[in-house]
Design a binder for this molecule. Structure first.
Ligand SMILES: Nc1nc2c(ncn2[C@@H]2O[C@H](COP(=O)(O)OP(=O)(O)OP(=O)(O)O)[C@@H](O)[C@H]2O)c(=O)[nH]1
Ligand SMILES: [Mg+2]
Length: 426
């Protein structure tokens, strides 16, 4: 779910259209969320504007009471996604008959004014997000691993500040870009009309949102480094790319060093993600103990669908009976669930960065024998090639396995030659 950058109103407020409701309605059902400054430490104000043709007054009230109760349980977390899911489930459970829907002029009350003055822009159509119109890739990793350089290479612009010192990035960098997939029209004589265009090779371009956040250090969950609060910025990521400094020349805090084994980063970054979620769940444990189903609600806060959560529970050996006995669980059960949940909800691709350095080869070789999806990259080299291409110094398209030198200075030629040898010919 994306919070529109257009939201400049204070307090922030936006509307969500509920599309995944089973009974066809005379008009869509909308929820309006208003966020006090203290959100998510307090729940948002939830309203159902324009409800006259969608739900009967008693249903509106019951749904709002239900959502308010859920919101109170989710205080402390980004909760809109969970509340939208909850609303959809509630409507599907409680409003089966089309006769439930009121006549057109029923249930207007104080809401009519809202319709007329409606100043808010809907920023989330749940049908659109269910239909996957845009994927989100989150970049994680320790400071100085090259996340922002990777981000700039992925978006093809110098948008994020980069630097050879830890915590260059504090506020997240977010930008939509495109990625290439095979297009059926590659076999046709005429190119198809793709919304985002095609690459020079005729592949179809698809939109994707990239997010670059602050560096993570071991113990971030205890507040070390910049803590792990910024992980909330990655809640809507479909996939995480863990940018690893494969040169072995920065330690776990991103400080320069001679010999560091980057494979250590792979395990502790995963543990930090698990610890982040585990502690969030533990904060709500008293509530969850009273009503075990709330454990599922908690996980929906991480933009996980119910089938994903059930999959994680089942993988951890938890069925309905075990869930009902949650009050008697030992701590390791929850940890096991969180481990499975993180693996399923946040698939991680390792980008073994700085493959252009002399020291990277050995580390990349070792990591590639482990069982992690990975790819060796040099974000800085890729960005340099893009810049040379923009200046007409080379002919190069991202994804090519080489480039053609055109007009360029001796210094540029020498750097390009190094890239050719240290990245393409390795
Ligand atoms: N040799 C080499 N250096 C790189 C590469 N990618 C990034 N760097 C350098 O690594 C340093 C850190 O890069 P950043 O992109 O700022 O790292 P970051 O992970 O965003 O760091 P924080 O914002 O501090 O978390 C910079 O000096 C980059 O030039 C690469 O592919 N090869
Ligand atoms: Mg950065």
């Amino acid at each position: 779910m994306t919070f529109s950058p257009d939201i400049k109103k204070h307090p922030t407020c936006f509307m969500v259209k509920l599309a995944n409701v089973e009974v066809e309605r005379k008009s869509p059902i909308w929820l309006r969320f208003t966020f006090p400054d203290e959100y998510p430490a307090v729940s948002p104000v939830i309203e159902i504007p324009m409800n006259s043709q969608a739900l009967a007054p008693a249903q509106c009230k019951a749904l709002l009471d239900h959502l308010q109760e859920q919101a109170e349980d989710l205080v402390g977390m980004a909760m809109v996604y969970s509340l939208v899911e909850e609303a959809q489930s509630w409507i599907n459970e409680h409003t089966h008959l089309s006769e439930d829907q009121p006549a057109e002029d029923e249930c207007q009350g104080g809401e009519e004014a809202d319709v007329d003055q409606e100043p808010f822009k809907p920023v989330l159509d749940t049908k659109a997000s269910g239909g996957r119109w845009n994927f989100v890739i989150g970049l994680v990793g320790k400071p100085s691993a090259g996340k922002s350089t990777f981000f700039n290479a992925a978006v093809g612009r110098e948008l994020a500040k980069t630097g050879a010192f830890p915590f260059t990035t504090i506020e997240p960098n977010v930008k939509q870009t495109v990625y290439a997939i095979p297009c059926p029209c590659q076999k046709w004589e005429k190119q198809c009309d793709s919304a985002y265009g095609h690459t020079a090779r005729g592949e179809r371009l698809m939109p994707v949102t990239m997010k670059d956040v602050a560096g993570l250090v071991p113990g971030a969950y205890e507040g070390k480094g910049k803590g792990n609060r910024f992980l909330n910025d990655l809640l809507d990521a479909d996939v995480l790319v863990h940018v690893v400094d494969a040169s072995g020349q920065t330690d776990e805090k991103g400080e320069e060093t001679d010999e560091y084994d980057p494979s250590q980063d792979i395990s502790w970054v995963e543990q930090e993600l698990q610890q982040w979620i585990y502690l969030n769940v533990m904060e709500k444990w008293d509530n969850i103990r009273r009503k075990p189903q709330k454990l599922i609600d908690m996980f929906t806060g991480y933009h996980a669908t119910r089938p994903t959560i059930i999959h994680a529970l089942t993988s951890a050996g938890i069925g309905e009976t075990e869930l009902a006995n949650l009050a008697s669980w030992r701590d390791d059960v929850l940890r096991r669930i969180v481990t499975h949940f993180v693996k399923i909800r946040f698939p991680i691709l390792l980008a073994l960065n700085k493959c252009d350095t002399l020291t990277a080869e050995e580390h990349i070789h070792r990591i590639s024998r482990q069982d992690h999806p990975h790819i060796a990259v040099s974000a800085a080299s890729e960005r340099f090639l893009q810049q040379c291409q923009e200046k007409g110094e080379i002919e190069y398209h991202p994804g090519d396995s080489d480039f053609i030198m055109l007009q360029c200075s001796e210094a540029t030629k020498s750097r390009l030659q190094k890239i050719r040898e240290s990245v393409f010919q390795k």
